[in-house]
Design a binder for this molecule. Structure first.
Ligand SMILES: C[S@@+](CC[C@H](N)C(=O)[O-])C[C@H]1O[C@@H](n2cnc3c(N)ncnc32)[C@H](O)[C@@H]1O
Length: 307
């Protein structure tokens, strides 16, 4: 069975309010690592878990079945957090976001997320999404693709890659697989440029495509904004992110909350994994954890919808 080793679990648990009772929302269930850790560590807490990936949901639900009615799982996008949480009997006291992909998504070639395994150019976390990565690659103008690579991949060679990809599609037909896209990228970029890139030459294009396919940045902003409306006083919002675009959104939002006087950062700086954790779990190397304790937000606009 695919395993996903959860990242910075101890630090995530420490960010929850002490002597916790009630509900915690695991907004990114994945294979259930955080949910299980909370259920184990906090005997008076129940977990509402969300994932938009039905495959992850089935596997995690099976794994967490022994926890009975202390665990509930919903297939949904966390951008709809407010609506999802109306099913709860009380305001949640913690929200956990472990962003990005699970091992299940990364390692199954059929999902099309990996530049190391050939598979269909898909990258949808949810089958309900209409546009696959191949639709973006084969149906966008060079300007659109370049903007996507620049914004979401911070790719220095965005324009050159976008132009080359669109030319390839118009001359040789659509790119339908991850392997074919990697090959095209390798053809476009001169070898010395590839050597200087540090890492796989397709890494940033793949990151950008994944973000745009799943509309990840907007979903994150909406999901985090909802916590302030529905979280108990006090409640913790804990986010583990894996690249600077995500981390920037979290940092700025938490800063704006502190300036509005509705809580405090739980750590002065983002926490990062120990060397020991990274040596045991390579995926943890780019993780950053930020946590905020919301207090005094209710009745001060925190629980109202902004127009
Ligand atoms: C890094 S994994 C979580 C791993 C989990 N903490 C564990 O220990 O097993 C991220 C999960 O969040 C899900 N996900 C990402 N964005 C989402 C969103 N906007 N709504 C719902 N689920 C999302 C992905 O499908 C993936 O399964």
């Amino acid at each position: 069975m695919t395993e996903h080793v959860p990242v910075m679990v101890e630090e995530v648990l420490r960010a929850l309010p002490p002597h916790l009772t009630g509900w915690v929302v695991d907004a990114t269930l994945g294979l259930g690592g955080y949910s299980e850790a909370v259920l184990r560590a906090c005997p008076h807490v129940s977990v509402l878990a969300i994932d938009q990936d039905p495959q992850a949901l089935v596997m995690a639900a099976r794994r967490l079945e022994p926890w009975g009615n202390r665990f509930r799982a919903v297939e949904a996008n966390f951008r709809n957090l407010k609506e999802i949480c109306t099913a709860l009997p009380e305001r949640p006291k913690g929200f956990l976001f472990d962003l990005g992909l699970s091992n299940l998504q990364l390692t199954e070639r059929e999902r099309g997320f990996s530049f190391n395994n050939d598979g269909p150019l898909d990258m949808r976390m949810s089958p309900l999404l209409e546009r696959r990565a191949s639709d973006w690659i084969n149906g966008s103008s060079p300007q659109e693709l370049s903007e996507i690579f620049r914004l979401y991949g911070e790719e220095r060679h965005a324009w050159q890659l976008a132009k080359g990809i669109v030319r390839h599609v118009s001359q040789k037909g659509p790119i339908e697989t991850t392997g074919a896209l990697v090959e095209v990228i390798r053809e476009i970029l001169p070898a010395p440029v590839q050597r200087k890139m540090g890492g796989h030459p397709a890494r940033r294009v793949f990151q950008a495509l994944r973000i745009v396919v799943n509309d990840e940045m907007a979903a994150l902003e909406e999901g985090l904004a909802a916590t302030k409306k529905i979280g108990a006083d006090p409640s913790s919002v804990v986010v583990v992110s894996y690249h600077s675009l995500e981390d920037r959104i979290v940092k700025h939002l938490f800063r704006s909350w502190r300036e509005a006087g509705i809580g405090e950062f739980l750590n002065r700086k983002a926490l990062i994994p120990t060397d020991e954790e990274i040596s045991l779990n390579y995926k943890a190397r780019s993780a950053k954890l930020r946590a905020f304790r919301l207090t005094g937000h209710l009745g001060r606009g925190g629980d109202q919808d902004e127009e």
